[in-house]
Design a protein around this ligand. Structure first.
Ligand SMILES: [Zn+2]
Length: 499
């Protein structure tokens, strides 16, 4: 996408084609752009920092295919989105704003940014080290071997690169499930990296990855009580890009209950993994004590009982499914159908970048294929009156609308609704792997990947444009990240598989 002054929209067909299928505009513009082989404007070297656009000026996104995902607003084959004061001011055809900076979206889909409801961002420096390992290997290598050797600056580097990678892939809100609280200084470093990155994040304060059988034996750790300091020091308002949650430990039940009580005392929502036999019956026990409430998100839940699913549904809790990791590492079959059968819809999450791509395109495709496979298997076994198969639109909503709900931010993000914060992305359609763009929802789920993410706005601030992160010095950050990776792995005596 090219940035231009107002009045120079660069669309070859202009508004006269509005009544036709909007995608014709894309084709006409491509032809008018002249030479067949031409350097892409997005192909510039990553090492060149991109200057930030003028702050505070309204932004008018023109002639995009707009998926608002707000049923009251509807979607548009061709429309404009006006961003002002960090918020979505208007969505519709032929908007005008004489003082606005204009983004030509005539070759793009405009939609809400993706929302990840569970990622251990401190593992950002450990990307792709165990692409084919089991959950047991993950615990052994990542949490018990590497985690204890993290210094605060390593948490900073990891969280920063994880946030930048997420935004680069079109993720505008992320829940940092941070179980690297080896000391309060580690916690501070994680929060600082999130703040420095500019991403919208829920910082979920968790237990330490310090390698001890019981982390309470480590005098440096303050879990869960330190959450009281965090509330005062960093999260005195919920009207900011960073909000607070408790990443709950998983057993035993009485300690879980104690941690939840502290979280609720400071008004922090709760997020908890439900995985493995060690946790079987935990939800039921907590439910019988009356502790299940709408403030809690339950992750994985692949082997949970029907009774527990029902208890969570009755409590108003939400679900986070990390389908890719669940199938690779052996958590069990992702419980998409169990959630749908309760009349609920799940959010999606990446979990660990040691093993999982950091984008929501992968998660959407994984869940769509998995749910269809389950229904086909049941059908081929002769079962009748089967549930509906998910659609491409369903999984896009899981990756946006439902993510906002699970992160307790649906009043602010998740749809392109006037009055909400302007967290949105532009996905390029003028790529040979997408052309001809016959269906917007079909293209997103079938043909696109992070390379299609051209522009990213968070609260109206441009974080990525022309396919490059804005105001980020790649070389500087890569140096920081490499140094932390080298320090941590060498001290942990971990030898990575380099080839
Ligand atoms: Zn996890």
């Amino acid at each position: 996408m090219t940035w231009m002054g107002h009045g120079d929209l660069g669309c070859a067909c202009g508004s006269t084609h509005v009544s036709r299928r909007g995608f014709l505009c894309t084709g006409a513009a491509a032809v008018a752009a002249a030479p067949v082989v031409v350097a892409s404007p997005a192909a510039n070297a990553q090492t060149q920092p991109t200057p930030a656009p003028a702050p505070g000026r309204p932004i008018l996104i023109k002639n995009g295919c707009v998926l608002s995902l707000d049923p009251a607003m509807g979607d548009f084959e061709r429309a404009d989105v006006l961003v002002s004061g960090g918020k979505i001011a208007a969505v519709g055809p032929n908007l005008t704003a004489p003082d606005a900076e204009v983004i030509d979206a005539s070759r793009a889909i405009v939609m809400p940014g993706f929302i990840d409801t569970h990622r251990h961002m401190w593992e950002g420096i450990l990307r792709n080290i165990i692409p084919d390992s089991s959950l047991g290997d993950y615990f052994k290598i990542v949490q018990r071997q590497l985690g204890p050797h993290y210094r605060p600056e390593d948490v900073y580097a990891a969280n920063l690169v994880s946030a930048l990678g997420a935004m680069e892939a079109g993720v505008t809100t992320i829940l940092d499930w941070s179980h690297i609280q080896n000391s309060p200084e580690h916690t501070d470093a994680a929060i600082k990296a999130l703040a420095d990155s500019g991403i919208r994040a829920v910082f979920a304060y968790g237990n330490p990855a310090n390698g001890l059988a019981d982390f309470r034996d480590d005098p440096r750790q303050k879990y869960p009580e330190d959450i009281r300091r965090l509330r005062k020091q960093y999260f005195s308002s919920d009207d900011q890009l960073l909000t607070l949650a408790l990443a709950s430990l998983s057993n035993p039940p009485d300690r879980v209950a104690d941690a939840w009580s502290v979280a609720r005392d400071v008004g922090a929502p709760i997020t908890i993994h439900i995985v493995g036999t060690a946790m079987s019956g935990l939800v039921q026990k907590l439910g019988e004590k009356g502790l299940l409430k709408p403030d809690t998100t339950y992750i994985h839940c692949c082997t949970m009982t029907d009774t527990e699913f029902k208890m969570i549904a009755d409590s108003g809790g939400t679900f986070s499914i990390a389908g890719y990791v669940e199938m690779i590492m052996g958590h069990g079959t992702p419980p998409v159908q169990q959630v749908l059968d309760l009349g609920l819809r799940p959010s999606l999450s990446i979990d660990v970048e040691t093993t999982v791509p950091g984008d929501l395109f992968t998660q959407m495709r994984t869940i769509l294929a998995l749910q269809h496979n389950n229904i086909w298997m049941r059908s081929q076994a002769g079962e009748k009156n089967l549930p509906k198969m998910l659609t491409a639109r369903d999984v896009i909503e899981f990756a946006t609308v439902e993510g906002a709900r699970a992160n307790h931010l649906d009043r602010k993000v998740g749809t392109l609704t006037p009055g909400k914060d302007a967290d949105l992305i532009l996905l390029r359609t003028d790529r040979f792997g997408v052309t001809p763009m016959n269906s917007a929802t079909g293209a997103i789920v079938t043909s696109m990947n992070p390379a299609n993410v051209d522009t990213v706005l968070i609260a109206g601030k441009v974080m990525k444009r022309n396919g490059q992160m804005v105001g980020v010095d790649y070389d500087k950050i890569a140096k920081l990240v490499d140094a932390s990776r080298d320090y941590t792995m060498s001290n942990a005596k971990y030898e990575r598989v380099k080839l």
